[in-house]
Design a binder for this molecule. Sequence first.
Ligand SMILES: [Zn+2]
Length: 105
Amino acid sequence: MQQINFERDSYENFNDYNDLMVQAFGIGCSLCESSEIILVLKDSPIPIGRLIKQQAKSLSDEEVEKLIAEPLQQWQKFDDLNSEALKPTFLCAECFNTLNIEGKL
Ligand SMILES: [Zn+2]
């Protein structure tokens, strides 16, 4: 496994709505690319699925595109910064367990 900076307390549950970011944008675990993401680094932008879900009315495709354009850039920037800092943005259960075990040694 590559060199990474991992702190247990820096992560929170990733609860996107309907797994939208996985389904629509193909995001995955930052280490193994699994789509079974359970954790995200704290201070992330709002997950896109939840953002769309929060809207009071249903949106046209065009409105959705407009709504998510900026958050998508924020996610991209967030992920870029994290990878520069060697921090995984998203973690699946398996990678998380591995990191947790290594951290205890
Ligand atoms: Zn993984």
